[in-house]
Design a protein around this ligand. Structure first.
Ligand code: ADP
Ligand code: MG
Length: 258
C-alpha cells in the first residue's frame, strides 16, 4: 500500500566561501537518497533506522509526500506520485495521513483540546463535533483532565500524547513518526511507545517510525529498513535483525544523535 520504486533525492546546497569578496557562493549537490525501493504493508509498523545524516528524515518526508522525489515513484493508497505530480494530487493523499514530530509542534496559543481539534477545524467541521471527538481522543491518550490547559503547562510526555491525539483526529490511514520519543526520558519513552502500541491495536492504521535507537525499533516494529549514506543497507523483519547483524547494528546504535 505504500511502495517506493527507485527513489532518489538530491539537495542543492549553496555554501558561502569565507574570505572572498562579495560573498562568493559555491553550489554543491547533497545526494540524500538513492535507489530506494521498498514496500510497506497495510497495518504494518515499519521502522527506518540509521545514523545521523543517513537520510531517515528525508525518506520519511518523501514517504509522507512532504517533498517530491527527483527520481522514481511512490504508490500511496493506490495513487502514483512522482516528480511531475501536482500539489493538488499530493494534498489529496496527505489528508489521509498524519505526522508526529520529535518536538510535538503544538500551537502555544491554543488550548490542548483546540490543538487536537485543529485538523478538523481546517476541514470545516463544526465546533461541537470536533471538540467532542477531540475529547474522546484526549481520554484515549489519558489526558481528559487537561483539555483546557495550554501546551506550556504540559510535560514532554503529555505534549507528545496531545500530538498523538491530534494525529488521530482525522482518521488517517498512515501515521508517520520522526523520532517521536527522542526528546523524552527513558520511562516516558516507554509510556509513549506503549501508547503507540495501543494506537496500533485500536485503529486500523499503518505506522512508519524513524528512530536512531534500535531498542525503539525492536519494541515497536514488524520490519525495518536500515539506511546508510542514503542507501538501503538492509530490510529485515525486526525479530530477525538480532540474529544476522547484531554487531554492526550495535555499532550504529551507540550514536545518540538523530
Ligand atoms: N533541506 C535540506 N537541504 C540540504 N541538505 C539537506 C536537507 N535535508 C537533509 N539534507 C542532507 O541530507 C542528508 C540526510 O539528512 P536527513 O534525512 O536529515 O538524515 P537523518 O534524519 O538520518 O539524520 C544529510 O546529509 C543532510 O545534511
Ligand atoms: Mg532526522
Amino acid at each position: 500500500m505504500l511502495e517506493l520504486t527507485a527513489i532518489g533525492k538530491n539537495f542543492n546546497v549553496r555554501d558561502t566561501i569565507k574570505g572572498t569578496a562579495r560573498n562568493a557562493v559555491k553550489n554543491r549537490v547533497v545526494k540524500a537518497l538513492s535507489d530506494i525501493t521498498l514496500t510497506i504493508n497495510n497495518d504494518e509498523v515499519f521502522g527506518i533506522v540509521g545514523k545521523s545524516g543517513a537520510g531517515k528524515s528525508t525518506l520519511l518526508r518523501l514517504l509522507s509526500l512532504h517533498i517530491q522525489p527527483d527520481a522514481g515513484s511512490i504508490r500511496m493508497l493506490d495513487k502514483i506520485i512522482d516528480k511531475s505530480s501536482t500539489s493538488a494530487q499530493r494534498r489529496q493523499l496527505v489528508q489521509q495521513t498524519s505526522f508526529v514530530f520529535q518536538g510535538f509542534s503544538l500551537l502555544y496559543n491554543y488550548s490542548v483540546i483546540d490543538n487536537i481539534a485543529l485538523p478538523l477545524k481546517l476541514r470545516g467541521v463544526d465546533e461541537k463535533s470536533r471538540r467532542a471527538k477531540a475529547l474522546d481522543l484526549l481520554t484515549f491518550v489519558g489526558l481528559a483532565d487537561k483539555a483546557e490547559n495550554y501546551p506550556i503547562t504540559l510535560s514532554g510526555g503529555e505534549a507528545q500524547r496531545v500530538s498523538i491525539a491530534r494525529a488521530l483526529i482525522s482518521d488517517p490511514k498512515i501515521i508517520f513518526f520522526d523520532e517521536p520519543t527522542s526528546a523524552l526520558d527513558a520511562q516516558t519513552m516507554k509510556d509513549i511507545l506503549d501508547l503507540l502500541k495501543k494506537v496500533h491495536r485500536s485503529y486500523s492504521v499503518t505506522m512508519v517510525l524513524v528512530s536512531h535507537q534500535m531498542d525503539v525499533i525492536r519494541y515497536m516494529c514488524d520490519r525495518a529498513v536500515w539506511l546508510e549514506d542514503g542507501k538501503i543497507k538492509k530490510i529485515a523483519e525486526v525479530k530477525k535483525i538480532k540474529k544476522f547483524a547484531v554487531d554492526q547494528l550495535n555499532d550504529l546504535w551507540v550514536d545518540n544523535h538523530a
